[in-house]
Design a binder for this molecule. Structure first.
Ligand code: ADP
Length: 920
């Protein structure tokens, strides 16, 4: 037996067979009808449509045979498909190829076989064959019939395939339609040449219409609805697609909805057929409503923009970079621009420069090491370093970052860079400032478990506590050791109190300083509670040793002052001296208790007032008081003794002393004064005066006779007096003259004080009076070998005065000048008129007046140096009398004097007006 050989194109042949989808399919009448007809027409027992598969032949239709397939090895058809011709075996028993074939030797005992190959897709996939169990020969007609039937079978297979593909197409079309409808996509077909357009229902629904509303449809329907701004771009894209540059027309545009709003549409399409001359003919496409998506996109973009703006506006730079030595940036926010002077785009992927290139060269290495170290131990980093700006300036930055890991692999670094140049320079300034402060600026922290530290302290802490800021940064103990043991408990207590109540801390305490002494410190601090339960104070400590000592001294002085005040109060009460104070600005007046006592006022019910004070002045003394106040306005000192009448009618003498407080002692003009009750003293004085006056009067008469008698005896008129007796009598006579002079003075004083001295004011010639005085004193001047000189005085110069009283004054002034001049010296006397006054001056070059004596010159019985004055004789009453006399004649008296150089006494008296004209 010969097995059928496998043809050369077997794989293609099998593929064609598989493509028919006939193998193992169900029986189909269209094939069975044909095999039945073949059986009838050709009268054969078996008719088969056999398909030759790889290992078998399978019968799509069979007549007269039960088996549905047999092995290809024993098949007749395997031979039949090897050529296009009809394969015919008249008697298989006589053919070597088949004689021992089991289908010949056994069921169905094949003798006759004729098969025509079935050709599909140029491949012989099987046969239409007839089989008989008895030998036979086909005639030409029969062969033609068999061939025709084979064609018919081929036709049926072709039809069947087409039907199948139609069915598939229909199914896929149905599917597509459902998909389109399901996705709510509109479709369109456009005849590009004619403009004729078909839109589906969904297309028109997208823009809110029904199909009928838009009839008749054309490309203008679309154009009229599309946004005018989008038409240009659409046209451009279409042209590109027509020209083959774009595979699809793909465009998102806006369409006007029936309700007036714009609908975003995704329009996609493709030319499906072309005209013979290559122009686009039919174009099919879809329309999808992407309004929501578009708005979501717009919103997303807006959010992205917002985020970008936000990132760009935060005062720092966010970045993501690779872990390489360039810090290659994958992202960097725009704020890098103001920091470095370069845009972020420069750094991203090192487009123009790397971030490492703007870092200060001195910071590059340690920075890289620090970041890599943090990355290795999976920790965040906070680092400060310098960046060099494009303009060359150095900016300080603080970078905070962390690495992103995938398992243990580092993906990238994320971080944030902040420009801290300002803070850095502010910090620097602050440090400079705090170093300028005399005290210590510090932070002190205390934890509930008793730990204490000074997280910050300015350098001055060394000056105050003798420790460096670092030494107490973590433990405050070195400082606590320096605090005075007596002050430490109180200090700690005050700190604990401040911590408990969060009230400001303030304390003064002592510290043992390096020289073994004590420093007084004053501290002020504001507490703040920290999240870990500790308390942090921000404060200032200063050395107040000097101030403290000053205060301690002040306290001591105050105590002393208080004591002396008490003493003064007691003394003023004892001496009946009251004090008062008046503010000239506010009119405020204060009296001490003693004033009320002196004036007899009820302290509780009396309000001090100037009027009350003035009212009490005795009417006879008012003029004097007013006069004294006038003088006080010029000299700043009011010094007057006068009487007051108390409310009960009693009269008291008071000595008033008042002066303006120097401006430096008081901001406002203040008048301060004392009032002393001098009634007793005045009464005593009066008593004394009366006594002196009485004694003087009583002494005067007998003294006159003694003086006269002695004069007479000494004149020798009563006979020669023995020499020894003469000397004694001369002394007695001179003493009696001195005594008489004293008594005259005393009586004058008394008269003046009592206002009993009478003045006969006349017009007198100054020149004559001066000449008269010189003449009178010539003998006295001789005694002292002093020359008197009268300076030129206009003869017409006259004054109004009592001539004898004026002589008394001039005599006294000249005698003093002579008395206190040295031998051979000159005393001058002269006068000149000034305004409405005439100034008479007596000048000597003698002893002069000691400064400390000068204020007392015009006091009664005042003599500079008791012994020397007395040597020269005198009573100390002369100038006191002169002052009274001159003042009662409406003039004034004064002097200038320098010790050991001489003195000038001057008397000013009213000019007699008539003389002024003649003087010119
Ligand atoms: P006396 O009678 O003592 O001169 P006065 O009242 O005239 O009394 O003078 C008082 C005192 O003033 C004198 O004792 C003397 O110390 C001093 N004095 C007065 N005039 C002069 C003068 N020209 N030079 C120096 N001292 C004088």
């Amino acid at each position: 037996m010969q097995q059928p050989i496998i043809p050369a194109n077997e794989p293609e042949r099998i593929q064609a067979l598989v493509n028919t989808t006939l193998l193992d399919s169900v029986d189909e009448p269209r094939f069975d009808r044909l095999t039945q007809l073949v059986k009838l027409c050709l009268g054969t027992e078996i008719v088969l449509i056999s398909l030759v598969d790889t290992e078998r032949q399978w019968f799509k239709s069979r007549q007269g045979l039960d088996a549905c397939e047999t092995s290809r090895d024993i098949s007749f058809c395997g031979h039949a498909i090897l050529s296009d011709n009809l394969f015919e075996i008249a008697d298989a028993r006589c053919d070597k190829r088949f004689s021992d074939n089991p289908l010949v030797t056994g069921e169905p005992y094949i003798r006759f076989y004729a098969g025509v190959p079935l050709t599909i897709e140029q491949q012989r996939i099987g046969t239409l064959c007839i089989i008989d169990p008895k030998p036979r020969h086909l005639n030409e007609k029969e062969r033609l019939v068999l061939r025709q039937f084979a064609d018919a079978v081929e036709q049926e297979i072709g039809d069947r395939l087409q039907e199948q593909s139609h069915q598939k197409l229909a199914a896929s079309e149905l599917m597509q339609r459902s998909v389109l409808e399901g996705t709510r996509i509109g479709t369109w077909q456009w005849n590009v040449q004619s403009g004729e357009t078909v839109f589906n229902k969904r297309w028109v629904e997208i823009v809110g219409y029904t199909l009928s509303e838009l009839m008749p449809l054309s490309i203008n329907t679309w154009i009229s609805l599309a946004h005018p701004d989008d038409l240009v771009e659409s046209g451009r894209l279409l042209e590109q697609h027509f020209a083959g540059e774009l595979a699809f027309y793909d465009f998102k545009c806006r369409m006007k909805h029936k309700n007036g709003h714009w609908v975003w549409v995704h329009d996609r399409g493709r030319v499906v057929s072309w005209t013979d001359d290559g122009k686009p003919l039919m174009m099919y496409g879809t329309h999808a409503d992407i309004t929501e998506q578009k708005y979501a996109d717009i919103e997303l973009q807006a959010i992205r923009d917002q985020f970008q703006t936000l990132v760009d506006n935060i005062p720092g730079i966010t970045y993501r970079c690779k872990v390489d030595s360039d810090w290659t940036m994958l992202y960097m926010s725009g704020s890098i621009d103001p920091l470095s002077g370069y845009p972020a785009s420069d750094f991203i992927n090192n487009a123009v420069r790397s971030y490492a290139s703007v870092i200060h060269p001195d910071d590059c290495d340690w920075l890289e090491a620090a970041v890599l170290n943090a990355v290795n131990v999976k920790q965040r980093w906070i680092l400060q370093y310098r960046v060099i700006h494009k303009d060359g300036n150095i900016r300080w930055v603080e970078e905070r970052g962390q690495a992103e890991y995938n398992d243990n692999e580092v993906l990238f670094l994320d971080g944030f860079i902040l420009d801290i140049t300002e803070e850095k320079s502010l910090k620097q300034q602050l440090l400079k400032l705090t170093s300028q402060l005399p005290g210590v600026v510090y932070q002190y922290q205390q934890w509930p478990d008793g730990r204490r530290s000074f997280p910050y302290a300015s350098d001055n802490i060394e000056k105050i506590y003798g420790v460096l800021p670092e030494q107490v940064k973590h433990d405050a103990l070195p400082i606590l050791d320096k605090i005075h043991p007596q002050d430490l408990p109180g200090l700690l207590d005050s700190i604990n109190k401040s911590a408990a109540t969060l009230s400001n801390w303030q304390y003064q305490y002592r510290v043992l300083n390096s020289t073994g002494g004590l420093t007084w410190l004053s501290g002020h601090a504001a507490p703040e509670r920290m999240p870990d339960g500790s308390t942090l104070w921000h404060g200032y400590l200063e050395d107040i040793t000097n101030t403290k000592q000053y205060y301690l001294e002040l306290e001591r002085v105050n105590k002393a002052l208080k004591l002396s005040q008490e003493r003064l109060d007691t003394a003023s009460e004892n001496a009946l001296i009251g004090f008062w104070q008046a503010s000239l600005d506010t009119g405020e007046l204060w009296w001490s208790s003693v004033i009320y006592q002196i004036f007899g006022f009820e302290e509780a019910t009396t309000t001090p007032s100037v009027a009350l004070f003035k009212n009490a002045v005795h009417p006879d003394d008012r003029d004097m008081v007013i006069q004294s106040e006038k003088v006080a306005q010029e000299t700043g000192l009011n010094d007057v003794v006068h009487r007051i009448i108390r409310p009960d009618g009693t009269i008291r003498w008071v000595h008033e002393l008042a002066r303006m407080l120097p401006v430096s002692d008081s901001a406002v003009a203040t008048l301060i004064g004392s009032v002393q009750d001098v009634t007793e003293r005045m009464q005593l004085q009066q008593l004394k005066s009366e006594f002196i006056s009485t004694v003087s009067h009583e002494l005067r008469t007998p003294l006159t006779s003694i003086k006269g008698a002695l004069g007479l005896v000494n004149s020798g008129k009563l006979g020669q007096v023995p020499e020894k007796m003469f000397n004694l009598l001369t002394v007695a006579h001179s003493n009696s003259e001195r005594l008489s002079h004293l008594i005259d003075d005393l009586l004058d004083i008394e008269k003046l004080a009592a206002g009993k001295m009478s003045f006969d004011l006349q017009v007198v010639s100054v020149q004559k009076e001066l000449q008269h005085a010189i003449r009178n004193l010539q003998p006295y001047a001789k005694q002292f070998a002093v020359i008197m000189q009268l300076q030129l005085v206009p003869s017409a110069l006259c004054i109004k005065a009592d001539a004898s009283r004026l002589q008394q004054v001039l005599t006294n002034l000249l005698s003093n000048a002579i008395k206190f001049s040295s031998h051979g010296a000159t005393v001058t006397i002269g006068a000149k008129h000034e305004a409405d006054k005439v100034n008479i001056e007596v000048t000597d070059n003698g002893l002069g007046l000691a400064p400390e004596f000068q204020p007392r010159v015009f006091e009664r019985f005042a003599q500079a140096d008791g012994s020397s004055s007395r040597q020269r004789g005198g009573t100390g009453l002369g100038l006191a009398i002169c002052k009274e006399l001159v003042e009662q004649m409406g003039g004034s008296i004064g002097f200038r004097s320098v010790l050991q150089q001489g003195s000038t006494f001057f008397v000013s008296l009213p000019l007699h007006q008539d003389s002024s004209g003649q003087l010119e």
